[in-house]
Design a protein around this ligand. Sequence first.
Ligand SMILES: *Cc1c(COP(=O)(O)O)cnc(C)c1O
Length: 403
Amino acid sequence: MESFIVTFTKSFTQQEAIPDEGIKAAIEIMKSGRLHRYNVNPGEKSLTDQLELAFSEYMGVDNCLACASCGYALHIALKALGIKEGDKVLCNAFTLAPVPGAIDNAGGIPVLVDIDDQLCIDLDDLENKARLSGAKYLLLSHMRGHISDMDRVMEICKNFNLLLIEDCAHTMGAKWNDRMSGSFGDVACFSTQTYKHMNSGEGGLLITPHSDVITKAIIYSGSYMLYDKHYAAPDKQAFDAVKYTTPNYSGRMDNLRAAVLLPQLELLDKKCRAWNDRYYAMSDIFKASNNIVLIARNTKEKFVASSIQFFIPSLSSARFPLLIKECEAQGVSIKWFGDSEPNGYTSKYDSWHYLNDKTSLETTERILSTLIDIRIPLTFTIEDCITVAKIINKQVELAVAKV
Ligand SMILES: *Cc1c(COP(=O)(O)O)cnc(C)c1O
């Protein structure tokens, strides 16, 4: 009973402070007034250049572009891969609103693919829709950090000539089969928005192994004719082929954001371990519940659990709003993906009416209908996580038992 009366008082949206080093670098760059990434002396590398070089090294890829957001990066990734008005783009139905938004912004038409019980794209449905749609692109979101069987994804991409864009907003620092998430695709995009794995308020990182993609992406991002000031990029001559034909969609990153991100990259792996420690503390408690079903994970998945998800199969849809309210009353913030109305950051594919996609996604519906999501901020201690999980267990038990 003790865990039941307790009220949790920490905020689920409270992030850790920016490391002192980052604050110091941010103050220095503000004092210098040189916030624009191209405001450098000859031969000098701006903080944005340094961030791109550090991230490309971290990811083991030659080319990196820092830009305004992950959604923006996804947009110019599609453009740089050559998308044309009306081209179809396969994407998982379970993703965040900026993903279909980026496809729409690039003139593409999203083809929604079902998800499976592991919250990954349903690979049979992917194969089927790749065949039926004739799409040339797959924008794959590793949603909530759940990584698909990348061996099979790559096989499907090969068989259907799909260009792969990885949305790694939730998998920065994660791996599949000892290979970095984001190193599989023709392009991968990461977010440095406050609630992702590194925090600069807003921001995005785009990587690609292809020099003809990065040259276009750099010019799209608003390099003017200063592309020779990029270092995680090919030589100047590589831009000759695209410099007259690529529009400037102005969406650069600035040195202030790069200043706060650089020291965070050094801490990333440590933070990933801290998230997983908290995840296991919570999942161990959830395992004791008869009503909670955790999401199965492939052994090849080295995930980063900055959030945790589970199903409550025995709870009817009508009961979920009350469960959320009861948890909230005890200071515990949980989200339900089955809500038919978009709420806060959470919206379901069927509320994106502009897509005009009337395909029924029964499997996705069934899966989302009992899916709960909880953020794991690193400002929570392991003890905090245990308290939160105990409160949830108790409230789920009460909700299921209620007649
Ligand atoms: C946050 C997020 C994005 C977009 O990131 P922004 O940097 O906010 O544009 C894309 N995909 C997923 C799955 C996300 O969670």
